[in-house]
Write a protein that binds this ligand. Structure first.
Ligand code: FE
Ligand code: FE
Ligand code: ZN
Length: 276
């Protein structure tokens, strides 16, 4: 069975996000681990948590994905920026783990001039202070488009980060179709080849989640602009091949397309009609 959901707002509570997921006929969801543009987070009440847990259990949700805020940069050499990123990652890994959320994804970071090697060392140290090895949650590194000085544009970089940490067994990968396409991995004409390369470098067993997005920007453009499924440069047939690929079909898929819940519900329905 297809496990699919969308990025959901938690502005009205994590229970409300789960409730809206059910209304959309989705069976998983992605949420921000805290305010995506600020630094704050809301403490969930016991009642809200209980309701959230009941909804996901009764509706047999697949793995839920928490997304760290965009404002954190674990590759940074600027002390305040780096300290903030370390604190957010440490707190949110613990907070999301306590909720029984299966995976938490973050953008590895941008080196902003210090170089990829130094940036990767900062990311590794940041992960080491956040992951105790005792948690159940898996921390996912997201594949990036390579805009600016972004790290994580090549599978080799993600491998280097993961293998440098003290607890690589707690680290997996989230593949974003828009980002890998913009990074120069040709998932339109050679999906098998891209997955073979992923398997050779990282191992397909590390792949835990797919962000299913079309790309407004062309192949290898190193620009990160999500488009609705079929409205971008990847196109609907190629995205459908991702969804149906034997190596990927059992993974959870999350839409980050430029829509509200209603638009995401329509995309999910369309995908289900195509494959079921
Ligand atoms: Fe992301
Ligand atoms: Fe993404
Ligand atoms: Zn993106």
């Amino acid at each position: 069975m297809l496990t699919i959901g969308a990025h959901m707002s938690i502005a009205k509570g994590i229970d409300k996000a789960a409730e809206n997921t059910v209304k959309m006929k989705a069976n998983t969801m992605q949420i921000f681990s805290r305010n995506p543009r600020g630094s704050t987070y809301k403490v969930y009440s016991d009642r809200e948590i209980e309701k959230f847990q009941t909804i996901r259990r009764e509706n047999a949700f697949g793995p839920i994905l928490a997304h760290a805020p965009y404002t954190m940069n674990l590759a940074s050499n600027r002390e305040k920026v780096y300290e903030f990123a370390c604190t957010v990652l440490r707190e949110d890994v613990a907070r999301m783990d306590a909720l029984g959320i299966e995976n938490m994804v973050f953008h590895p970071g941008s080196h902003t001039g210090i170089g990829t090697k130094a940036g990767i060392q900062n990311i590794i140290a940041g992960l080491n202070q956040a992951i105790t090895g005792e948690e159940q949650i898996t921390v996912l590194l997201e594949t990036m488009s390579g805009k600016g000085t972004e790290i994580g544009v090549r599978f080799e970089e993600l491998k280097e980060i993961r293998e440098g940490t003290l607890h690589p067994e707690r680290i997996g990968i989230c593949l974003d179709t828009c980002h890998v396409f913009a990074a120069g991995y040709d998932i339109v004409n050679d999906l098998d080849g891209v997955l073979e390369e992923f398997d050779k470098i990282l191992g397909l067993k590390l792949l835990r989640a797919i962000h299913l997005n079309d790309s407004m920007m062309p192949f290898a453009s190193h620009k990160d602009r999500h488009a609705a499924l079929g409205a971008g440069e990847i196109g609907f047939p190629a995205l459908l091949r991702v969804l149906e690929h034997p190596a990927l079909r059992n993974l959870p898929f999350y839409l980050e397309t430029p829509f509200d819940d209603e638009g995401h519900a329509a995309e999910i329905q369309l995908l289900r009609e195509e494959i079921e």
